[in-house]
Design a protein around this ligand. Structure first.
Ligand code: URA
Length: 181
């Protein structure tokens, strides 16, 4: 199955309870040949309405730090650990993210085969590499099953604490350098 076919399958998914709260499935977008893949937590309101990842306030910050690091957002593939918005933007539950990762994210990673997967925030870092405490692990790279991962702050963190913005930018530069090596 290719990426378009997988996206088509996901668009009518009812494999976990999140399908009840979603408007549109937010599968992911970006280059199919991306060297960098970014994985967030879950679609928010704007994403749910449009079906596009990271287009709300956190998305604006994400675009800004990608550009400031000297990259083009369209060269990166962007998605989240769950493709459907949880009600009231609550955190996705274990059953929800494990189901979604198993059905979609792992296949997206396999098909795109990026040089590195950037994990945005605690939820993505915990779900994919089992690491907690983003404050301690951001900027670190990890290798798991032959795949390289790096933990970064979630861009929404900068909405609550502007002092994190420079840190976010620094993380994005580290991520860029990791693929240049
Ligand atoms: N936050 C996420 O983690 N993912 C999105 O798609 C939007 C906001």
């Amino acid at each position: 199955m290719n990426l378009e076919e997988l996206c088509e399958v996901a668009s009518t998914c009812v494999k976990c309870p999140l399908h009840e709260s979603r408007t549109k499935v937010v599968f992911g977008e970006g280059s199919k040949n991306a060297k960098i893949m970014l994985v967030g937590e879950a679609p928010g309101k704007k994403e749910d309405e449009t079906g596009r990842p990271f287009i709300g306030m956190a998305g604006r910050i994400l675009s800004e730090i990608i550009e400031e690091a000297g990259m083009d957002r369209s060269d990166i593939y962007i998605t989240s650990i769950v493709k459907c918005r949880p009600e009231n933007n609550r955190k996705p539950k274990k059953l929800e993210y494990t189901t979604c990762i198993d059905l979609y994210l792992n296949k997206q990673i396999e098909l795109i085969d990026p040089d590195i997967v950037g994990l945005l925030g605690n939820s993505a870092a915990y779900a994919l590499i089992g690491k907690k405490n983003i404050k301690q692990i951001h900027g670190n790279t990890y290798e798991l099953n032959g795949r390289k991962y790096m933990a970064l702050f979630h861009p929404a963190a900068a909405l609550y604490s502007r002092v994190l913005l420079p840190q976010l930018k620094e993380d994005m530069v580290i991520l860029k350098k990791a693929v240049e090596q």
